[in-house]
Design a protein around this ligand. Structure first.
Ligand code: NAD
Ligand code: IPM
Ligand code: MN
Length: 347
């Protein structure tokens, strides 16, 4: 029997309810399909930071390296720990250390979910660069607190980084409907974004079977609302991909539906699976967090582990649940009730 070791990091706020739900659903799918998931939980979070002064232990990355995959809930509790501390202490270092350079974020409506747009028939996958660009962390502040203060935050785009994410996007387009939309802001950002456009153009010659177009980020934001059905694979830098995927979440019914996979395509280190959403402090005490985004991310993990039938089973259970109108309206159903419906649909 195949067995997989999974590191579970529930994190903060609604993170633990959605990872608990996901773990239950994945366990049931594994049982049905005849494989085993062994989970080890790491309670690294803002509460852990307050106890220890760090978001994870000094050997945290090395500890995670031995796992087959990581399932993460959400990180951040800004009322108590600044986001710049918590995210740079846990989530972002994992993505970077494990070279999870491709962040895959699917946007489509599950059956029974009413999106806010006239267009209900879209199927987009956003491929977000996940290790460099605007999130390089390079920069600094001088003359802090004075009228001469200057803050600099430098984006770093390497040829290796840009080429590999674009290639990943082209490969995804080949597996799907053969269309790739590359997103930049090269009309205003004349170094990094012009470089990205040039690389897109260069690689397009190699992938002549893929229909490529380039968009500016502002125009892409409008297109995702006005004509989402015209899009197939959208590839963007770290920050632009971050923004577009909350937009993608909105058009698919809300953040409770948006899944995400941080992939190390070379499999030289574990990949990490987490919903697009954060810890949702505004609803964390209500028990109404939608676990669907996290469960969908869990299905992406099963797919990555090579358990494609189990992944399809989980997706079918999510679709059956939303078809019944359960979990489709934000705040209406409790997390537990949605999870129970997904488990029942798995049977
Ligand atoms: P958020 O995604 O946590 O919440 C935005 C809105 O969406 C809120 O109104 C929230 O209630 C709602 N929402 C989110 N997930 C939901 C779900 N599963 N079901 C129902 N409603 C849901 O974004 P935020 O408020 O900007 O961030 C809160 C904290 O989370 C911050 O510390 C932020 O930095 C962090 N964050 C972490 C991640 C991550 O760990 N990957 C992602 C985004 C934000
Ligand atoms: C996401 C989140 C993170 C990001 C934050 C919390 C650093 O918004 O996963 O989309 O920007 O990558
Ligand atoms: Mn985000």
């Amino acid at each position: 029997m195949n067995s997989y070791n999974i590191a579970l990091i529930p994190g903060d706020g609604i993170g633990s309810s959605v990872t608990d739900a996901t773990w239950e659903v994945l366990g049931a799918a594994a049982k049905t399909c005849g494989f085993h998931l062994e989970g080890k939980e790491f309670r690294w979070s803002c509460a852990f930071y307050k106890e220890t002064g760090a978001m994870m232990p000094a050997n945290g990355i090395e500890t995670l390296r031995g796992f087959d995959a990581i399932l993460l809930g959400a990180v951040g509790w800004p009322a108590e720990v600044p986001d710049s501390v918590s995210l740079h202490g846990l989530l972002l270092p994992i993505r970077k250390a494990f070279v999870q350079y491709a962040n895959i974020r699917p946007h489509r409506l599950l059956p029974g979910v009413q999106g806010p747009l006239k267009s209900q028939d879209f199927d987009i996958v956003c491929i977000r660069e996940n290790t460099e660009g605007e999130y390089s962390g390079a920069g600094g502040r001088v003359h802090q607190g004075t009228s001469e203060e200057v803050a600099v935050e430098t984006s770093i785009f390497t040829r290796m980084g840009v080429e590999r994410i674009l290639r990943f996007g082209f490969e995804q387009a080949r597996k799907r409907r053969g269309r790739l939309a590359s997103v930049t802001k090269s009309n205003a950002q004349k170094y990094s974004m012009v470089f990205w456009d040039e690389m897109t153009h260069k690689l397009a010659a190699e992938y002549s079977d893929v229909c490529v177009s380039s968009f500016h980020i502002d125009a892409m934001a409008a297109r995702m609302i006005m004509a989402p059905e015209s899009l197939d694979v959208v590839v963007a830098s770290n920050l632009f991909g971050d923004i577009l995927t909350d937009l993608g979440a909105a058009i698919q019914g809300g953040l409770g539906f948006a899944a995400s996979a941080n992939i190390n395509p070379d499999r030289s280190a574990p990949s990490m699976f987490e919903p697009v959403h954060g810890s949702a402090p505004d609803i964390a005490h209500l028990g109404t967090a939608n676990p669907i985004a996290a469960v969908w991310s869990g299905a992406m993990m099963l797919e990555h582990l090579g358990e494609a039938s189990a992944a399809s089973l989980v997706m079918a259970a999510l679709e059956k649940t939303t078809t019944q109108g359960i979990g489709t309206v934000p705040g209406k159903d409790k997390t537990d009730a949605i999870t129970a419906a997904v488990l029942a649909a798995l049977d």
